[in-house]
Write a protein that binds this ligand. Structure first.
Ligand code: 4AD
Ligand code: MG
Length: 464
């Protein structure tokens, strides 16, 4: 008999009532007595389990003893209205197949309520928990919603390279990609590593952002986006940073900074609304278990217009407050997460889009303002997260961009191809990057970014 998923069964139970069905999944718990066993079965299609009732007389002792927490079983039986409290329907098991045993002595997920830290150590098994199955289903839903949002708007999904010779953010925190023997690399006459002998004939890295290549595509296709893995070798051991994370980067011709902000706000609201509309069971579980404000916070973000504020005004607010910060605030500093969170969580109590940052703390490609000091950057700051989006209008004037490259020490021969879009048919354009795991932190209410990606990569940790 063909297997039915529990989500389908519970969503359409009246259609299946009194019919024979087959389910396959993993045992969450088994309880009962001499006569009857009650098994809570989950198959990952939903947070909910279904109760399987097994009449002990109908099955061999041998078989029943293998039905333990974590074991994989298949059951065929009739769906009936449940006699007991706690569920409306249940399965009266008629045939039982133990597909894979899970030795109770060694299966690590015996009891409920393991700590998130412990679960990180068994990341290969944590999708079996309610928490991680929620997170993974939500992750899928958000990835799907990203594509739906842009597809419905006519944006083109562009695959930008993972291995690159350029440092898009100019931050220098890159992982090198090489096939050279690192213990004995070939050397030039001057004694430097001879990268002409390396696989690509030059030094290469894992990308920190698909933006520069995204811009090339936007100058032909108009509105594009990338959605892929990005890598940062920064030694930030925080609950907000990963060395490998996923980023969504739209890039749009003919958008000024205001249009860019409008799109960012619409996009975030769309994603959050999508989660509320499509994943409410998972959200309710996380709300109950981890964060009693979660669903209310999600709803409030969808309904609230984001505050839009100049960096300079933000600095004035931060200087004027009585609140003590670890890092002193003055015009020109890169705002720390404590500053961002003060603005969002204490001062405005809503998401904030900060614009017009000092040029010295932002990347080389951002469009200069007339004041000569600031650039058309924008960061979107979210409650509980801090920076969730970073973006800007791009410098589209060739001479200004060349001058800026010179100032920050980027050689033209490294990014001649990028400069050529400003030489041939240049146009105003803008874009931004949404950190997918920062979004997932917000949507799930989880407190640590390591708990919203299946296999986190952080300093000193690349297990699994
Ligand atoms: O602000 P960032 O560095 O901007 C860029 O990379 C631009 N090229 C984006 C663009 O304009 N196309 O990164 C963008 C976002 C941040 O706002 C944050 O959400 C996320 O990426 N992010 C990280 N997420 C997890 N771990 C890290 N180490 C992250 N670094 C950035
Ligand atoms: Mg940023």
């Amino acid at each position: 008999m063909k297997r039915i998923k529990i989500k389908e069964l519970l969503s359409n139970s009246s259609q299946y009532i009194d019919t024979q069905i087959t389910l396959k999944g993993w045992v969450r718990t088994k309880r009962g007595n001499k006569h009857v066993a009650f098994v809570a079965l989950n198959d990952g299609s939903t947070i909910h389990t279904i109760q399987i009732v097994l009449d002990v007389a109908k099955f061999s002792e041998e078989q029943l003893k293998d039905v333990t927490t974590g074991a994989c079983i298949g059951v065929t039986g009739k769906l009936v209205q449940s006699q007991g409290a706690g569920q409306s329907v249940e399965i009266q098991g008629e045939t039982l197949e133990v597909i894979g045993v899970a030795d109770p002595e060694t299966y690590p997920l015996q009891k409920k309520g393991h700590s998130l830290e412990f679960l990180r150590e068994i990341a290969h098994l944590r999708p079996r928990t309610n928490t991680f199955s929620c997170v993974l289903r939500l992750r899928h839903a958000m990835a799907f919603a990203v594509h739906k949002f842009y597809n419905d708007k006519g944006f083109v999904y562009v695959h930008t390279p993972i291995i690159t010779g350029s440092d898009a953010e100019g931050a220098g925190a890159m992982f090198q990609v090489t096939t050279l023997d690192v213990s004995n690399p070939p050397k030039t006459k001057e004694g430097a590593v001879d990268y002409t002998k390396d696989f690509f004939g030059k030094a290469t890295n894992l990308t920190v952002s698909g933006q520069l290549e995204g811009e090339l595509a936007a100058m032909a296709l108009g509105e594009v986006y990338t959605f892929g893995p990005t890598f940062r070798a920064e030694n930030s051991n925080t609950t907000r940073h990963l060395a490998e994370f996923w980023m969504i980067e739209p890039e749009m011709a003919f958008y000024e900074i205001q249009d860019n902000m409008d799109l960012a706000e619409e996009f975030l609201k769309y994603l959050v609304q999508y989660a509320l509309d499509n994943c409410i069971d998972d959200l309710n579980f996380l709300n109950e278990m981890y964060d009693k404000e979660l669903v209310a916070r999600l709803k409030s973000v969808v309904e609230t217009p984001f505050v839009r504020l100049n960096y300079t005004e933000a600095v004035e607010i931060l200087i004027a407050t009585k609140q003590k910060f670890e890092y002193k605030v003055e015009w020109g500093i890169d705002l720390q997460s404590e500053h961002e969170r003060y603005l969002v969580e204490k001062h405005f109590l809503k998401p904030v889009i900060l614009t017009n940052y000092p040029k010295d703390i932002k990347a080389f490609y951002m469009k200069a303002n007339e004041d000569g000091k600031t650039v058309r950057a924008m960061d979107v700051l979210f409650p509980g997260i801090g920076e969730i989006i970073g973006g800007s209008q791009r410098e589209d004037n060739l001479e200004k961009l060349q001058a800026r490259c010179k100032e920050v020490g980027i050689h033209e021969n490294e990014i001649w191809w990028y400069l050529e879009t400003r030489k041939f048919g240049s146009a105003p354009h803008s874009g931004f990057g949404l950190g997918f795991e920062r979004l997932m932190l917000f949507v799930t209410g989880m407190g640590n970014i390591r708990d919203v990606i299946p296999f986190p990569r952080t300093p000193q940790s690349a297990e699994f």
